[in-house]
Design a protein around this ligand. Structure first.
Ligand SMILES: [Ca+2]
Length: 544
């Protein structure tokens, strides 16, 4: 969400709190100082003088190099007695370029591997520093406890990340991924066809879908609307367990939804809907039609009345004075100024629970790792920074949002909450050196601070996008640690073939009947689906 507030207004509002307005290029006067009361002593922190200036090399993740002289870099270096040596690798090729560096023995101090699989591949290469658990618990106790707490539903996150009893990564908690994806209905269309409540069951949804096609929901006298497109297919199927390639744990057994009887029922519905003209015939081309992915072009064009898969920050109306709404909110408003939509409900269907997807907060996402050449002193220093980030709001704000007057302005809303509004355009916000991502990558563990920093947006998320608000159990695709290359290849082949055959079934190019479905399942077995599930089960049993 692009948040802009005029500097003038922001300054007027903060005048009573700060005298800094106008001096927008000066370093912040309230910046916390580095600890100056250090004396040699017991423990890891007592071994290293925090006034020693340390150089750390840090692989950034933006789309362009970081300015090493940026105001925030200078502030961080001064506060923590660091010299930051930014390593920029072109983003599209970051993994390959990093591998070349690692192979040449040029190992950075800090980076984020690509997901759990990328992390596990690095361990046997010997390029990662082992993270000393005693040191971690002594120097960063708030971070340690916070990570355990946030990932509690998955067990001990540090044990999950270990390999052969050794820890090589710090968990990164993606707070946004804890919120569920939303479905959306044209509520004006529902009213126009005589339906006065948002559908909650597959039967109610089906009735609305037929009326969206047959009863002229846009009241233009023409038969020119469909019920839904590609996103609608996937989300309707969650009432039947979900899209076929999703992994699920059922009674302790790892399976794929395609193998479950409910999925076949759901596919039968979709096939029927397509045959009856309910589904946008261009569903397979992507609802965003080549534009930004959260945009549903057929929904914006008034062609369909049901879509799904959006995050809270795509759907929000303007949440602060002068702010814009989310991309979906604004995109719809542009093209359908007289139309309206409302949040949907995850549909109740044959699957035993009402489920709805979220990206997921499974451990093993893009963790933060330290290079093998990282000294113990550097580990202590970086963990001290992390601990300050977890416990000191001013430090968190500096690392996460930058410097007031340069990177953000503040105002107070009608609930007397402080609103932090970026003064940068979106592209610049995401450049390290203009931090919003969090200098140490693990900022998400400071969940309360993350929320406080963007209170309007998270109030909105908490109100509508939680399991409680949506009345559904969140579905997260489980991760199965280190699966061998052969197993990963099987998974990729299954996904490709599933998509092809699914589309043939939906469009009627392949007859959807018991014989053809059984043949399809047999083909998936030939491609190795059972071998995949066996490997996943083995991991799950050992790590659940
Ligand atoms: Ca019409």
């Amino acid at each position: 969400m692009k948040k802009t507030l005029t500097l003038l207004l922001a300054c007027a509002l903060v005048m009573s709190l700060s005298a800094a307005c106008g001096s927008s290029t000066a370093a912040p006067t309230t910046r916390p100082a580095a600890s100056s009361d250090w004396t040699p002593g017991a423990g890891y922190a007592g071994k290293y003088d925090p006034s020693n200036v340390l150089t750390i090399s840090w692989v950034t993740q933006g789309d362009r190099p970081v300015d090493p002289d940026s105001a925030i870099t200078k502030a961080i270096e001064e506060m923590f007695n660091l010299k930051i040596d930014y390593v920029y690798l072109q983003r599209a090729e970051q993994a390959q370029l990093l591998n070349i560096k690692l192979a040449a023995g040029d190992i950075p101090d800090v980076w984020r591997p690509a997901g759990n699989a990328g992390y596990r591949e690095l361990i046997p290469q010997g390029v990662l520093a082992e993270i000393n658990m005693d040191l971690l618990q002594e120097v960063a106790p708030t971070f340690y406890a916070g990570a355990l707490d946030l990932y509690a539903e998955f067990g001990n996150v540090f044990e999950f990340l270990k390999d052969d009893g050794k820890l090589y990564a710090l968990p990164v908690y993606e707070i946004n991924s804890s919120y569920m994806l939303m479905t959306v209905w044209r509520d004006d269309w529902l009213k126009n066809v005589g339906i006065d409540k948002i559908p909650e069951t597959v039967e109610e949804a089906e009735a609305a879908f037929y009326k969206f096609v047959n009863d002229d929901p846009d009241q233009n006298g023409q038969n020119d609307t469909f019920a839904f497109s590609g996103h609608g297919i996937n989300h309707f199927l969650y009432a039947y367990g979900g899209p076929g390639m999703n992994n699920v744990i059922r009674d302790g057994k790892v399976t794929r939804v395609v193998l479950e009887p409910e999925h076949k029922q759901g596919m039968a519905k979709i096939v029927q809907f397509y045959a009856d003209g309910l589904i946008d015939p261009e569903f397979h081309t992507g609802e965003n039609r080549g534009q930004n992915w959260p945009l549903s072009i057929p929904f914006f064009n008034g062609v369909i009345g049901y879509t799904a898969g959006h995050m809270f920050y795509h759907l929000n109306p303007p949440l602060a004075e002068g702010a814009n709404g989310g991309a979906f909110y604004e995109g719809f408003l542009d093209l359908q100024p007289d139309g309206s939509w409302d949040f949907g409900k995850p549909l109740k269907g044959p699957w035993p629970e009402v489920i709805s997807p979220r990206w997921g907060i499974v451990p093993g996402g893009n963790n933060m790792v330290y290079g093998v050449n990282m000294t113990e002193e550097k580990q202590v220093r970086l963990l001290q920074i992390i601990e300050r980030q977890m416990t000191d709001w001013d430090v968190f704000l500096l690392l996460d949002s930058g410097i007031e007057g340069i990177h953000y302005s503040t105002s107070v809303n009608d609930k007397n909450q402080t609103i932090y509004s970026s003064l940068l355009n979106r592209e610049d916000q995401y450049q390290p050196g203009n931090r919003t991502e969090g200098f140490t990558y693990v900022h998400g563990i400071a969940r309360d601070f993350v929320i406080r920093q963007d209170i309007s947006n998270y109030d909105f998320a908490e109100k509508y996008f939680t399991p409680k608000a949506m009345g559904a159990i969140p579905y997260t695709n489980p991760i199965f640690g280190t699966l061998e290359e052969e197993i990963r290849d099987i998974s990729a082949a299954l996904g490709t073939r599933y998509d092809e055959v699914r589309n043939l079934f939906i469009t009627g190019q392949r007859a959807f009947n018991d014989t053809e479905w059984d043949a399809f399942i047999t083909e998936l077995k030939t491609l190795g689906i059972e071998k995949y599930l066996e490997a996943a089960q083995e991991w799950y049993d050992a790590n659940k």
